[in-house]
Design a protein around this ligand. Structure first.
Ligand code: ZN
Ligand code: ZN
Length: 267
């Protein structure tokens, strides 16, 4: 996995002071080495999973991998996507008693899901509890035809890097109109789209989703607007399409005690 952009390259609030109040802290998950250990923060790496909990699988009807849309897969093991230890992401607030965040997903296309992409699941754990129980050694992997290539993260450790992001599509309409001439001037001066100046279209925690399409912020069932927790950028042609390729965005409601989550995908 290679990524050439380490987040927004300029201090936007120096260039456009009106943006300062809209700045949000983000932690970029920049790839580091290719051999993550089970007790390291990683993408696509081995997960600290308790032995008494079966590794999840997905049996959603009709889920398929290109080009087999007419021949859906059966039940498929999910794959590790992101594992973060609280010690590595100090800006991420963990629920009480938890210090590990895990994201896994079914690496197929899910036609019955509104996102029509991989199907994520989120887990919050306590590292000491898992170590006391024992770590699940053999995590099953999907076979050929049971995954979509772009939804299979290459294993790597990550180097969490804090930056500040500003809204792109989430910029309030009136402010957008006022700022538009200056935004265009900056785009010309830096030879870069405003989205790339404001937002990091890469794997990250919190901040703003780098929407490719108009924002689609989810609410939980009780009507609370959810917060952006994670962005995961699919692997395919990452360098080539940087800035054009959307991501899978995972949202969380912290107002509800059961911490409901959901996802969006823009392609
Ligand atoms: Zn599935
Ligand atoms: Zn809620």
């Amino acid at each position: 996995m290679t990524q050439s952009v380490a987040g927004p390259p300029y201090d936007l609030d120096d260039l456009i002071p009106e943006l300062a109040v809209l700045g949000r802290r983000t932690t970029l998950l920049l790839p580091k080495s290719g051999s993550p250990e089970v007790r390291e923060s990683s993408m696509g790496g081995p997960m600290l999973w308790p032995t008494d909990e079966p590794w999840p699988s997905c049996g959603q009807s009709g889920h398929w991998a290109w080009p087999n849309d007419k021949n859906p897969a059966g039940t498929v093991p999910m794959v590790p996507v992101i594992q973060l230890f609280a010690r590595d992401v100090p800006e991420l607030s963990f629920p009480e008693g938890k210090d590990v965040l895990q994201l896994i997903w079914c690496p197929l296309i899910h036609p019955h899901d509104r996102a029509c992409a991989a199907l994520p699941r989120l887990y919050w754990r306590n590292e000491a509890d898992v170590l006391a129980t024992g770590i699940l050694e053999a995590i099953p992997a999907p076979k050929e035809g049971e995954y979509e290539e772009e939804f299979m993260p290459n294993p790597c450790t990550v180097s969490p890097t804090p930056v500040v992001e500003y809204p792109n599509w989430d910029l309030p309409q009136e402010l957008r109109q006022i700022l538009q001439p200056r935004i265009e001037e900056l785009e010309e001066r830096f030879g870069m789209e405003y989205t790339l100046l404001a937002c990091a279209p890469q794997n990250k925690v919190a901040g703003y989703p780098a929407w490719n399409q108009p924002p689609d912020w989810p609410s939980c069932e009780r009507g609370h607007r959810m917060e952006h927790l994670l962005s995961v950028t699919p692997e395919e042609d990452l360098d080539m399409v940087m800035g054009d390729l959307g991501g899978i965005y995972v949202f969380l409601c912290r107002q509800c005690p059961e911490l409901p989550y959901t996802h969006r995908y823009d392609c």
